[in-house]
Design a binder for this molecule. Structure first.
Ligand code: HEM
Length: 200
């Protein structure tokens, strides 16, 4: 089984060579990864960072950006997950196929993000903040990355303050608290990815 919703379906033909399974899976998630790269290039100031740091932020942050973008695949009310093919599967089915605690954590994250009711501009700016807040290990020009992060966070704060009335301050705080949650989902997911590539 391959219980990642970036795949077309959790069911995998056991006779298929694992290399073929992986190739099909790559074809399914690659367009989404490309979109993240294109999005990054459009963040004002991102292209001015050293190329090495652009690559570093994308490597560390792509999963987190995708998690935010695809949060709506997780439907907590109906207890389903929609895979990239558009097919929907129940949480219990996915659990019986091997999904675990991480699936629960992602559902919970998605539900809380949806509750903040961000509009598309806020969502886009929040996603930019997520990307430039990615793990900095190996980043060369830290002060430029931090300056860009500050600029984006100020922009996000202004936008949220305009749109969320008396909930503005709590909405903004909750958004910033999503950053460490995303980091932790990223770490847990990397472990799933690693153990899958070791024992497909
Ligand atoms: C699990 C790969 C992105 C959600 C997995 C697994 C792999 C994988 C190999 C283990 C599957 C198994 O053991 O059956 C990838 C790759 C991604 C990616 C290469 C790069 C684009 C994402 C994103 C999300 C996601 C963006 C969420 C929106 C999940 C979930 C699981 C999972 C829910 C199952 C967790 C559990 O076992 O509880 N992924 N994934 N993945 N992935 Fe992904």
């Amino acid at each position: 089984h391959l219980v990642c919703p970036m795949h077309s379906s959790p069911y995998v033909d056991p006779r298929k060579p694992s290399q073929e399974v992986w190739e099909e899976f790559s074809m399914s998630f690659t367009p989404a990864v490309r979109d993240v790269v294109d999005f990054a290039k459009r963040i004002p100031g991102f292209r001015e960072l050293p190329e090495h740091d652009q690559v570093g932020l994308l490597k560390a942050g792509t999963f987190e950006v995708l998690m935010v973008r695809f949060a709506s695949l997780f439907n907590v009310v109906e207890r389903t997950v929609t895979f990239l093919s558009g097919k929907r599967y129940g949480l219990d089915t996915l659990r019986s196929l091997g999904a675990g605690e991480l699936l629960n954590s992602m559902c919970e994250f998605s539900e809380k993000l949806a509750a903040l009711r961000l509009n598309p501009d806020e969502m886009s700016l929040f996603t930019a903040v997520v990307l430039v807040s990615a793990d900095r290990s190996g980043i060369q020009d830290l002060s430029s990355v931090e300056a860009l992060q500050d600029k984006l966070i100020r922009g996000l704060r202004n936008l949220v303050m305009q749109n969320h009335g008396e909930d503005s301050a709590t909405t903004f705080t909750k958004l910033l608290l999503k950053l460490p949650e995303l980091r932790s989902l990223n770490n847990m997911h990397s472990e799933e990815l690693l153990s899958f590539t070791v024992h497909p």
